[in-house]
Design a protein around this ligand. Structure first.
Ligand code: ATP
Ligand code: MG
Length: 383
């Protein structure tokens, strides 16, 4: 008998002919997530088993598995031979010490001499006669012993199913560039796209010396948390200080944010192309702040040709917060910091900026060289 983690996968089975491709990406991501912990990963009849692992790090393995997109559910259990004595030995370890229970058997290997009802009855009976503190309740038991009889004299015995994150393996839905701030929204947006299988690269803008090192540290911490799900290793960091100074000096104050966002998008598109990213991702949500109106979004979309994905567009703030708490970014996101958007913030930002007016104001700037200069100053920061 050997302790194992059983991993069942989600939507991958829907992908017909591409199934092999999805499975390869999935097992690669599982391997990546378990890096640094001794283990073996094997695929067996529609599921993966983590075997021969460092048992002292069991909890860590389960936590890591719980963050791999594509995992539908997972269980900690035992792999044993299929003889009843061996199965019973494993069932004893999984069964509760007292209270009600039932045994539920799945027999994938149809040639096994007993059918599933007989196996459940046999193991349940043995558990009962060995432990008088147990009783059977097949309708509402407080614990269940699951038995899964597979081919090749292999049987899995486990006590529960944990829900995985679902979604599709990262790397199977192209690549996007996430504009990540230190706020609550953008990390959640990145998490959502990664959940749909997208590789998520990261780009952060700062306005040093108007914003401080703390803002940057915060983004690095968020990027680190996000990387547990996405596998991303670096953040591109770009200064928009000079751009903001130019806008502040030359353009109508109410358009500061609108114009800055157009520059951010242009820079992001240039960097996305360098990185082979096929879209931009932002944490915008319709109507959340002055710049996140449909007019604001139209004005930023107008300067790029790559699609801009805004997975949070229809979410309320409290829905976003709930997700941020679940993925573990919330605590960091709410720490105080200065975002570059708050530097030179106009008292009354334009809420519905007319594109013609925006373009007219923007003509006062040397857009192309400002963008080129910003892109040239890009740093690639590992965390
Ligand atoms: P967030 O919580 O993600 O900061 P927000 O509600 O504060 O979002 P804005 O500040 O208007 O909204 O920013 C909208 C989106 O623009 C962000 O979700 C993010 O994708 C991008 N963004 C804003 N500031 C930055 C920055 N400094 N670097 C990179 N992207 C940014
Ligand atoms: Mg913000």
């Amino acid at each position: 008998m050997e302790k194992v983690v059983i991993i069942r996968y989600a939507e991958i089975h829907l992908k017909g002919k591409n199934r092999g491709y999805f499975e390869r990406a999935f097992s690669m991501n599982l391997e990546k997530s378990l890096k640094g912990i001794r283990h073996e990963l094997h695929r067996t009849s529609g599921r993966y088993l983590v075997e021969k692992f460092d048992e002292a790090r069991t909890e860590e393995i389960l936590t890591r598995v719980s963050r791999v997109f594509g995992v539908y559910s997972y269980s900690l259990g035992y792999l044993t031979e299929s003889a009843m004595d061996a199965v019973f030995a494993a069932a004893k370890r999984v069964a509760p010490a007292s209270g009600t229970f039932k045994v539920e058997t799945h027999r994938g290997y149809k040639q096994y001499p007993l059918n599933s009802m007989q196996i459940s009855a046999e193991i349940g009976g043995r558990l009962l006669s060995e432990n008088p503190a147990l009783s059977v309740d097949v309708h509402a038991p407080s614990a269940t012993v699951y038995i899964d009889v597979r081919e090749s004299n292999r049987t899995l015995v486990f006590g529960s199913f944990e829900r995985g994150p679902g979604g599709m393996p990262v790397g199977t839905s192209g690549k996007g560039l996430l504009l990540i701030s230190g706020g609550i929204d953008s990390p959640v947006a990145g998490h959502m796209m990664a959940k749909r299988g997208m590789n998520v690269e990261l780009l952060h803008f700062h306005s040093y010396p108007y914003t401080n090192e703390g803002a940057r540290e915060k983004v690095m911490t968020l990027a680190g948390i996000l990387s547990d799900y996405t596998g991303t290793k670096t953040v591109s960091v770009v200064s928009v200080t000079r751009i903001q100074e130019e806008i502040h000096a030359k353009c109508a104050e109410e358009l500061n944010v609108t114009l800055l966002r157009r520059f951010m998008f242009r820079i992001a598109e240039a960097i996305a192309r360098k990185k082979g990213a096929q879209c931009l991702i932002t944490g915008e949500s319709l109507g959340q702040v002055a710049s996140q109106t449909i007019e604001g979004m139209t004005s930023s979309n107008a300067v790029v040709t790559l699609p801009v994905l805004r997975p949070l567009v229809g979410f309320d703030k409290d829905e976003i917060i709930e997700r941020a708490k679940k993925i573990g970014t919330y605590e960091t996101s709410v720490l105080p910091y200065e975002d570059c958007c708050t530097v030179f913030l106009p008292e009354f930002p334009a809420i519905k900026p007319k594109l013609s007016y925006v373009e007219e104001e923007e003509r006062k700037l040397d857009v192309q060289s400002l963008v080129e200069e910003a892109v040239a100053g890009k740093e690639e920061v590992s965390f």
